[in-house]
Design a protein around this ligand. Structure first.
Ligand SMILES: [Zn+2]
Ligand SMILES: [Zn+2]
Length: 180
């Protein structure tokens, strides 16, 4: 039997091929007598399986937003995965700075909310629904919405009656998400 390797993407450490292995995804340069790289991405992170497709996206974009992680206690959470300088995986639910109050924004399974949502003096109700007008925001769109104040390209949006129109998203004066 001829063996074949499944190449998942490029190593963020050395640029070599990352291949699928028994327990995850490894840099080809981490094999052999004198490995020159130690990159390895486990296929189970935070009690969640990382699919081949998700690993491909993570290696390509160096970042991915994923739902369905779980703590030891079984509490579900959403996380943005990226790579630390040493090639290990960094997990965070922080997605940016609140454009309304300057608080920290956290991403959850349905929405992005502000750390000051319960603040006694300076309560902040800033919210971005991850699914808005029938469109599921990508991580890239969320980031450009937060940094540029708008998404970069028009996408299909839907109203209650199923009418489809192409719109970009931005904010109104109250920092609510609107179609542009
Ligand atoms: Zn490598
Ligand atoms: Zn806020």
């Amino acid at each position: 039997m001829e063996s074949e390797k499944t190449i998942i993407g490029k190593c963020p450490q050395c640029g070599g091929n990352v291949v699928k292995t028994l327990k995850g995804f490894a840099c080809e340069n981490s094999f052999g007598e004198q490995p020159s790289c130690s990159f390895f991405l486990f296929s189970t992170i935070g009690n969640r399986r990382i699919s081949d497709t998700e690993a491909v996206q993570l290696l390509l974009n160096k970042k991915i937003l994923l739902d369905g992680f779980a703590t030891k206690e079984g509490k579900c959470f959403t996380s943005i995965l990226s790579f630390n300088l040493d090639g290990s995986v960094n997990m965070t639910s922080q997605i940016g700075t609140c454009p309304k109050c300057g608080g920290t924004l956290y991403v959850g399974s349905r929405s992005i909310g502000c750390s000051n949502f319960k603040h006694p003096q300076n309560l902040c109700n800033f919210t971005i629904w991850r699914n808005t007008s029938g469109h599921e925001f990508s991580l890239e769109e969320l980031e450009s919405l937060l940094s540029e104040g708008a998404t970069s390209s028009p996408v299909d949006t839907y109203d209650n009656k199923g009418n489809c129109q192409k719109h970009r998203f931005g904010f109104n004066d109250n920092k609510e998400v609107i179609q542009l």
